[in-house]
Structure formats: C-alpha cells, structure tokens
Design a protein around this ligand. Structure first.
Ligand code: ADP
Ligand code: MG
Length: 252
C-alpha cells in the first residue's frame, strides 16, 4: 500500500495563524500556526484533552476562536457572517459517533443536504448519493435505516454523505474509535481510497498504521499546542520531544 506515489500538493487551502481559543477561563488552543496544502493528508494525534477535536472543529467553524485568523480556500472564517455557510459547503466532517439522522433512510441521509443547500433535485441528489454509496461499497443498503446497519457500515454512510456535498476538504474526528475492531479496516480502507483520489484530509486518529501509510504529515498536540510535526517516518522513528516519545510509547 503506497498511496504516496505521484502525489503532488497544491497551494495552501487552510491557513491558521496565531490562533488562541478559550473555553471560559481555560485556554484550549495556544499559538496555533498551521498551513495545509491542497491534496495534503494530515494526521493529528495527541493525548485526550489536548485540543485535537477543537482544532479541527475550528476549520468548519463548529467552534469560533478569540484570537488569530483562519482562512479556508480563500474564505476568511474569522470574519463570520455568510462566510460560515460557504465554508461548511466546502468542508465535510465525519465524527466518531457517525451522527446519521436515525429517522431517515441511508439514501435520505445522503440527499438531504445536497437538496437543501446545493439546490439539487431529488433525482439529481439520489444519483449522486448512489454513486458515493457505491464508492463506499454499500449501495444495497440505501433503503434501510441507520439502526439496521453495523457501525462500520454507518460510518461509511457518514463518509458518503459528506462526499455528496462535493467538499474540497474532509475532516475526520476519530472516525474508527467507536467501532468494533473488526470494522475498523473497512472504514480505513474507505479513507485510503479517498486519499488516493487526492482529497485534502485532516484526520484525528490514533491508527498509526494509517498515519504511516497515508499521511504526508503527522501533527502531535499536547495541552493545546502543536508540539511536533513531521513526515511519518521522521515522526515515528525519530520523535524530537519528550512528550511525543511518551505518547508514542503509550500507544504503539
Ligand atoms: P481532544 O479532542 O484532544 O480530546 P478537545 O478539543 O475535545 O480535546 O478538548 C480539549 C479540552 O477542552 C478538554 O480539556 C475538554 O474538556 C475541553 N473542552 C472541550 N469542549 C469544551 C466545551 N464546549 N466547553 C468547555 N470545555 C471544553
Ligand atoms: Mg477529541
């Protein structure tokens, strides 16, 4: 599995500069400077509570920041207003807990947003949805409800649903952490396929095999800061900081 062959990166598509964020008195992000290029795959890791979820949620403005600037595909997020909708349309997100609508079928889960915010007709949206459900290899589940699917299948639906909006960037927040072990691979395989297609991806994950084979860059966070980052081989084989070594010692 070498997805990095013939992999070229484009211009910066996400720029975070001097970002500081607090929850009340608690500073959750400190001095975040991060530039991500189009087509780049980034894995974010670090101890629980280090700010990983908060960091990626800032990129589609599920969280706001008090200081610093965030620009996504030329859209200045910190400016607020209708820029938020523009960015949300460009940035897909997949969560640990799938977050499918339980009362809608798999197909309806996938067609809702494209019909509402992309102005697609039902027929257009269903065509697109079936294309992506086929790509995540569960087109036969289209008429079922989320509760009728396994966790791995639900997470693949969540990925397909995000892709139906034709995002330029995909954010993943521990997408395999809630899955039974035997279902982790099918979700990672879907993510690998997406990477092979050149999608810009930021993945919070502790799947270090995935990080080694797919990531262009691994970012390690601790206590709200980016402590260390590098190409996977450098990061895993020659971690520079004590905190990184401690963390890797615990999870590898
Ligand atoms: P991670 O994803 O690395 O586990 P999070 O970004 O979820 O870290 O959280 C970082 C810290 O911020 C944690 O201490 C968490 O308790 C705190 N936190 C997260 N969300 C909120 C919130 N909405 N309000 C207050 N504190 C929060
Ligand atoms: Mg988290």
């Amino acid at each position: 599995m070498n997805t990095k062959q013939q992999h070229t990166l484009g211009a910066p598509i996400i720029e975070m500069a001097g970002v500081n964020k607090w929850y009340g008195q608690f500073q959750v992000l400190t001095g975040i400077d991060l530039s991500v290029r189009a087509g780049e795959r980034i894995v974010v890791c670090g101890p629980s509570g280090s700010g990983k979820s908060t960091l990626i949620r800032c990129i589609n403005r599920l969280e706001t920041v008090q200081q610093g600037t965030i620009t996504v595909d030329g859209i200045e997020l910190t400016a607020g207003g209708k820029n938020v909708d523009r960015v949300r349309a460009e940035v897909g997100m997949v969560f640990q807990q799938f977050n499918l609508f339980p009362h809608l079928t798999i197909l309806e889960n996938c067609t809702l947003a494209p019909m509402r915010s992309r102005g697609m007709t039902q027929q257009q949206a269903e065509e697109v949805a079936m294309q992506y459900l086929t790509r995540v290899r569960i087109p036969e589940q289209a008429k079922k409800y989320p509760a009728q699917l396994s966790g791995g299948q639900q997470q693949r639906v969540a990925i397909a649903r995000a892709l139906c909006m034709a995002p330029k960037i995909m954010l993943f927040d521990e997408p395999t952490s809630a899955l039974d072990p035997e279902m982790v691979k099918e979700v990672l395989d879907t993510m690998i396929a997406l990477a092979e297609d050149g999608m810009t991806m930021l993945c919070v994950t502790h799947e270090m095999g995935f990080a080694r084979s797919v990531a262009d860059r691994v970012i390690f966070m601790a206590e709200g800061r980016i402590v260390e980052q590098g190409a996977p081989t450098q990061f895993f084989d020659h971690p520079q900081h004590e905190k990184t070594r401690q963390f890797l010692g615990q999870i590898l």
